[in-house]
Design a protein around this ligand. Structure first.
Ligand SMILES: *Cc1c(COP(=O)(O)O)cnc(C)c1O
Length: 486
């Protein structure tokens, strides 16, 4: 390619737009901060869920290309088409699915992480930042009760953490392709679908899934697990992996982890515990009691963007023996040879413990709030959520027509309305629709034993007693109205 220095200079000049100067940065930050402040101030009174006419499609009228808009115009577009429609995480009324929270110091952590842009793949490239992430994982391992030999990775969420657990289990067990069709995974109807997805992504789509029976509280029945393993052995299958839930997404049920760990150990199976929803409750005393045995698992998924109230984008996986995690993920490459120059091998590099190489500095969004606020407020809020769920379970069964599921293990309550006449499933479908349209609280539903069932998932940091009392009121008003409409 012909080149002239003049042309190179011209290109440099056009590219200068990517590097705003100090005054420009200050102005941008102040504008963004002004928006962020207005947003944060509106959150506590804000709607939990908003349906807009065009569902954000107005954004597409401003195509990406040669034209530019200023920051003010950008914020307007975002406000109208991006930040308004849909679920408003951070509004107190969000109690659908597993509700995340918003945590301002964590957002500042993300901001700093992006500005300073540490390279997280390799220890030598960001030794302090990598140590910080190991420290956070150590902290989790300690309150879970994992040994010193454990290691982990900060992931984007629970799904990738489950995938990491499955892949680690596969390689630790030494499963070969020829075994896949005979390899058996034990789980339940309550197991999160990301586990099945992980099996497929890991190439294990052909292996056998055994759905172990549930007890009346939707927990895995250990006697049925034992029986199924013996039966499979007898038939010449290869029992391999047990996936237990430390809080199912549907009902919040915690499988009897201690008994399951005993069975897995006796039979030399890998035990992965999916604690994406529930494992963080181990931070508080009542949660720790419910989760007894979680420390005996071989690998564990946690989701700080659920139970640690940080914004979406934070999962974690812990593996009891670091060597297994390393075995499944370690790579070397010629272009990485310089990492040896600094003799920086004594601390494990994130890239050797996960499928990712370049990845964001996920530690700072956890470290900053934990250091600034300490663990106490997190522990308190977790215990509060456990109690709020019990409170709702109590209150809603006092309302005429409502029946409740089992006493919650953690912070999810299942319940439904039994109408005086007509189809209960249809009635509850109308009930959830009416409540969601109202917008003050946001709930969701599921199907249990064929019944359309409502859920209340109390986990968002800003959901407090007032919110739960409001939920009882909104639900009973809506039910009465639908009864009257006939
Ligand atoms: C939320 C959840 C997942 C998936 O986690 P993501 O962070 O959404 O990827 C997996 N298992 C359970 C039990 C969950 O509640």
């Amino acid at each position: 390619m012909e080149f002239s220095r003049k042309r190179i200079r011209q290109l440099e000049e056009v590219g200068q737009a990517l590097a705003p100067d100090s005054a420009q940065r200050a102005e941008m930050l102040s504008e963004v901060n002004q928006y962020a402040e207005a947003f944060m101030e509106a959150l506590p009174g804000g709607r939990a869920f908003t349906v807009t006419d065009d569902q954000g499609s107005g954004l597409l009228d401003s195509p990406i290309g040669e034209q530019t808009i200023n920051l003010d115009q950008a914020l307007r577009l975002l406000d109208e088409h991006v930040f308004r429609p849909g679920v408003n995480i951070g509004a107190p009324g969000t109690m659908a699915y597993i509700p995340p929270s918003s945590l301002y110091p964590s957002a500042l952590g993300d901001y700093l992480a992006a500005v300073t842009n540490r390279y997280m793949g390799m220890f030598f490239a960001a030794p302090g930042a990598v140590r910080m992430e190991h420290m956070l994982l150590r902290w989790m391992a300690d309150f879970i009760g994992y040994p010193e030999t454990s290691a982990g990775d900060l992931t984007s969420g629970g799904s990738i953490a489950n995938l990491t657990g499955v892949v680690t289990a596969r390689d630790a067990f030494g499963l070969a392709g020829a075994d896949y069709q005979r390899a058996v995974v034990y789980l339940t109807e309550g197991t999160h679908h990301s586990v099945d997805k992980a099996l497929r992504i890991a190439g294990l789509g052909e292996c056998i899934r055994r759905n172990i029976a549930l007890d009346e509280s939707y927990r895995m029945r250990p006697d049925d697990l034992s029986r199924a393993i013996q039966e499979d052995r007898r038939l010449g299958f290869i029992p391999w992996l047990v996936v237990a839930s430390a809080g199912t997404t549907d009902t919040g049920a915690v499988d009897p982890l201690d008994e399951i760990a005993q069975i897995a150990r006796m039979n030399q199976l890998w035990l992965h515990v999916d604690g994406a929803y529930g494992a963080m409750f181990a931070l508080c005393e009542p949660g720790r009691r419910v989760l007894r045995g979680i420390e005996r698992s071989d690998s564990l998924t946690l989701d700080p963007h659920k139970g640690l109230f940080v914004p979406v984008g934070s999962g974690a996986v812990l593996v009891r023996e670091a060597a297994h995690l390393l075995k499944a993920h370690y790579y070397d490459a010629s272009y990485l040879q310089d990492r040896d120059l600094f003799a920086f091998r004594e601390v494990l590099s994130p890239a050797d413990l996960s499928p990712e190489l370049s990845r964001p500095f996920r530690g700072l969004r956890l470290w900053l709030p934990l250091m600034l606020l300490g663990v106490a407020p997190f522990r308190a809020l977790l215990e509060e959520k456990l109690l709020l769920a019990r409170c709702f379970h109590e209150d809603i069964q006092q309302v005429d027509g409502f029946e409740v599921g089992p006493e919650p293990d953690l912070s999810i309550v299942v319940y439904r309305y039994l109408p005086k006449r007509g189809d209960a499933n249809e009635f509850n479908r109308r009930l959830v629709e009416s409540v969601v349209r109202d917008g003050r609280i946001f709930i969701s539903s599921t199907v249990l034993n064929g019944d359309f069932t409502l859920r209340l998932a109390v986990l968002a940091s800003q959901t407090h007693l007032d919110t739960v009392e409001l939920a009882v009121e909104v639900l009973s008003d809506a039910a009465a109205r639908i009864e009257n409409e006939g």
